[in-house]
Design a protein around this ligand. Structure first.
Ligand code: DUR
Length: 287
């Protein structure tokens, strides 16, 4: 039967389970690896230490499809949380994990992205030293006469990732994947996989034909396009120092050639990048 929730401001069950992730105090570690796909969470959970006495890792799959797996990596507690896609889902993960964890937190996102421009290329791991948000501006489509003046897409100022975690990720990823397969740069988090990432098609009036070019011109350092990192870094910025965060992603789409990475190659890269994330997380100083 469905549990009942109280307090519409921040709904929890009587035992303290959150509304979307469904976890409660004691079930989530201070160090969190946020991954997009549930399958990736399952895959990377195999890298955690085998639980003592033949036991099982803690697992909770919420009714909304968020999977939390908690265990240890080399003796340090870690949770792997499947975050699904987009900023609202990242919002659930950061806020609901923050609500059930005591003390300082470190969150690393390992996702996938499009490679925007050189030096980014297919199959690389791209670490975001900072991120901007690109969103479609619906007012530009308004019938009001002033709307034609408005830009169809809006770019925010950058937000920085935690420099300590970024450095650890770069070191660890260079060792698991080879330094030539790891770059860092400015990320862009979009509010759509399609319109605000410059994908064109005939079904909607997206006015985004020049968007990729505009991004490259305005931000020569912009390398990756995805849908979550900016919000993670923005939440960390607003956490009063209680959440430190960084994001990185595997480039599986090339936005110049429109080539895509073969799926078979992705799994190996996910393991190498996941290992780097776990190693960086346990080395992250939380005090
Ligand atoms: N993603 C993108 N754009 C790409 C490749 C991957 O947004 O070109 C990421 C972010 C999102 C999911 O979670 O993958 C969308 O397929």
């Amino acid at each position: 039967s469905k549990p009942s929730f109280s307090n519409a401001n921040f709904p929890t069950t009587p035992e303290g389970r959150t509304y979307h992730l469904g976890t409660k105090g004691g079930e989530v570690a201070n160090r969190i690896l946020s991954v997009g796909a549930t399958q990736r969470a399952e895959l990377l959970s195999k890298l955690l230490d085998p639980p003592p006495n033949g036991g099982q890792l803690f697992r909770y799959l919420s009714s909304r499809g968020f999977l939390t797996v908690t265990g240890e990596y080399q003796g340090t507690p870690i949770s792997i949380v499947s975050t699904q896609m987009g900023m609202p889902n990242m919002d659930f993960v950061v806020r609901e994990c923050r609500a059930v964890v005591e003390g300082p937190m470190a969150v690393v996102r390992l996702g996938t992205c499009g490679a925007l421009q050189p030096p980014a290329s297919l199959g690389q791991l791209i670490i975001a030293h900072s991120s901007i948000n690109i969103r479609r501006n619906p007012d530009a489509w308004s019938d009001l006469s002033t709307a034609s003046m408005l830009p169809a897409y809006m770019f925010t100022l950058p937000v920085q990732a935690d420099p300590h975690i970024v450095r650890l990720l770069a070191e660890e990823a260079s060792s698991t994947m080879g330094a030539s397969n790891v770059i860092s740069g400015l990320n862009a988090t979009a509010d759509s996989f399609y319109s605000s990432q410059g994908r064109v098609g005939g079904n909607f009036d997206d006015r985004n034909e020049g968007l990729i070019e505009e991004m490259c011109e305005k931000y020569p350092d912009m390398v990756s396009l995805e849908m979550e990192t900016f919000h993670l870094l923005d939440m960390a910025r607003c956490s009063g120092g209680r959440v430190r965060a960084a994001g990185m992603c595997l480039a599986l789409a090339d936005r110049k050639s429109n080539e895509m990475l073969e799926y078979a190659r992705l799994e190996q890269l996910e393991v190498e990048a996941g290992l780097a994330a776990l190693r960086a997380l346990i080395k992250t100083d939380l005090d």
